[in-house]
Design a protein around this ligand. Structure first.
Ligand SMILES: [Zn+2]
Length: 302
């Protein structure tokens, strides 16, 4: 019999819920799509699953950890994930507290949850300092400093996708110019390739990566731009904090050497000027499908 936490991982298209034991193994897990008709229906599905998982365990529940796509407001206990339009200032903490009255509920951003999971159980095991980064339909970050999660004052630390690397650069969805994300998210690399003449019906980064492997010059060029932007972002960040290890997860990094080779080249190039910086080590995230719920549960078990 082991004690456990509930982990709730709120992503753009699906929500995963799991019970996770205090030795970090997943006891039960289910996923539900976010494409339902109402906020009440979505929350009801989450609540039913979580209550069922809690009832099925004989150990003691230690708390409920939530990892969510942003933006979120930790102090208010609310979230407004961009891709779940009927959740705006949604009071997730207050509602989660009703699932098991009296137990702690902790909310973290999804990239922070991923960084936490990779640091505890994956590619970042044993590191003192580490930047975790997600490169997917958006770009997010999570920071481990002195062996601990650093959430920031509002819970949004490492908002790395929306730091500008070019103040006259591409307009970004957030309203600024030249954000890292405006060059290097999967959809933005596809958009840049198309602006430069890539002829494809597809909007998928997987297809862009395949075209680059086949030698398509616009596809190669847009991955070149995207990986250079990520490298500049990483070097800015590592130089600012004087840390030197980065764990990268998310869909885009699964594309193999067509992504990693130019990324490593640009990191080497961009970091030359910062003399104190040790060689930046970039690692691929190790935990796959379960990283989200594990990271969420670690907000309690960590
Ligand atoms: Zn932005």
């Amino acid at each position: 019999m082991s004690n456990f936490a509930i982990g709730i991982d709120i992503g753009a298209t699906k929500i995963a819920i799991a019970s996770v034991s205090d030795n970090f193994s997943i006891l039960e897990k289910e996923e539900i799509p976010t494409s339902v008709s109402s906020s009440a229906e979505l929350w009801e599905s989450i609540a039913q699953l979580a209550k069922g998982f809690i009832a099925n365990q004989s150990g003691e529940i230690l708390g409920i950890g939530i990892g969510s796509a942003g933006p979120l407001d930790i102090k208010a206990g609310t979230l407004s994930p961009v891709n779940i339009p009927f959740w705006r200032d949604f009071p997730i903490i207050e509602l989660s507290k009703q699932l098991s009255p009296g137990v702690p509920v902790v909310l973290h951003g999804d990239a922070l949850a991923l960084a936490h999971a990779e640091h505890k159980l994956g590619a970042g095991r044993g590191l003192t300092n580490m930047l975790g980064m997600v490169v997917s339909t958006g770009i997010g970050g999570g920071l481990i400093l002195n062996g601990k999660v650093f959430a920031g004052e509002s819970g949004n630390s490492c908002f790395i996708g929306h730091h500008s690397i070019n103040f006259e650069g591409r307009p970004c969805v957030c309203g600024r110019r030249g954000c890292l994300e405006a060059y290097s998210s999967g959809p933005q690399m596809v958009a840049i390739a198309k602006e430069n003449g890539w002829k494809s019906e597809s909007d998928s980064f997987i297809d862009l990566a395949e075209a680059a492997r086949q030698g398509d010059s616009q596809a190669i060029e847009s991955i070149e731009i995207g990986t250079r932007a990520i490298a500049i972002g990483i070097v800015n960040f590592c130089g600012t904090l004087d840390i030197h290890t980065v764990v990268l997860g998310g869909g885009v990094v699964q594309s193999g050497e067509i992504f990693w080779e130019p990324l490593k080249k640009h990191i080497k190039e961009e970091s030359k000027a910062i003399s104190f910086l040790k060689e930046i080590e970039i690692k691929k995230a190790e935990l796959e499908r379960d990283a989200g719920v594990l990271g969420a549960a670690l907000a309690i078990l960590g």
